[in-house]
Design a protein around this ligand. Sequence first.
Ligand SMILES: Cc1cc2nc3c(=O)[nH]c(=O)nc-3n(C[C@H](O)[C@H](O)[C@H](O)COP(=O)(O)OP(=O)(O)OC[C@H]3O[C@@H](n4cnc5c(N)ncnc54)[C@H](O)[C@@H]3O)c2cc1C
Length: 281
Amino acid sequence: MKPAPFAYERARSLDHAIELIGGAEDTRLLAGGQSLIATLNMRLSRPQLIVDINRVPGLDHIRRRDGHIEIGALVRHAQAERSAEMTAHAPLIAKALPFIGHPAIRNRGTIGGSIAFGDPAAELPACFVALDGEAVIAGPAGTRVVKADQFYKGLFESALTPRDILTAIRLPATIADMRTGFAEFARRHGDYALAGLAASARPNGKTLSEVRLVFFGVAATPVRARNAEAALANGDIEAAARALATDLDPPDDVQATGAVKRQLAGVLLRRVALELMEGRT
Ligand SMILES: Cc1cc2nc3c(=O)[nH]c(=O)nc-3n(C[C@H](O)[C@H](O)[C@H](O)COP(=O)(O)OP(=O)(O)OC[C@H]3O[C@@H](n4cnc5c(N)ncnc54)[C@H](O)[C@@H]3O)c2cc1C
């Protein structure tokens, strides 16, 4: 199918982009286009106006500052994959990036687009929550910062309003004792996951503290498995796997039944728990 007719504007600056999206009823931003173009072609969205932000300066940085690593919204997945800063200070993201689609998609797709779009089966939104990140959002009233735990509200719904632009995400820069784990099941490498898990924790003697287990592909948003986190903090992997029965209630979807997804979640948890406990990061 072809998209419904739309107007197109290329933003020169962040202020210009905010002005453009404030001036029309129904707008979408064009970042990497890897999700937007498909939704337009399938007529799942019919915006009046597309605002291209690719030439907005100042949104493609990866920098370490004040104990954080800040990743500009227009950083391409491939750029992040090649970044030594990301490997050193955001290893969870570095582990997850190769699972996103294929090189052609990662050459165009942006970190900001993935976080903003918030596909429930996408890798980066779950990593963002697992790392307790922050979203930097510019809107008509200025800039605000939203914690990852408060960012996702529902299926493709987030703290972003239609008048907002995500300008960057900030992640606590990984320091020596932080551990991360990542695993997913997809039918073929590069497909969206049937179920996945992004996790972080700190070693605490023979146990773990600050455990964050964030599943994706099993609910409308990335979901923290809080009972499993508590069990894993006590070092009990099997109790953590059992706790998923109360933490997760995956609906059936076109890929798998909820029961299969719950089963997969348990397998993922056991794998990632070993990664966290043995510090294979
Ligand atoms: C074949 C295929 C396979 C894929 N497989 C995967 C996969 O396995 N895992 C995965 O995570 N993704 C996958 N993707 C999606 C890919 O990661 C996209 O790049 C990503 O989801 C969206 O990023 P984008 O920059 O392309 O955003 P776009 O497509 O340009 O925009 C998507 C949406 O986000 C909004 N948006 C974009 N940037 C911003 C911003 N800065 N602020 C506010 N709103 C913004 C737009 O308005 C639009 O509604 C796949 C895509 C394809 C085509």
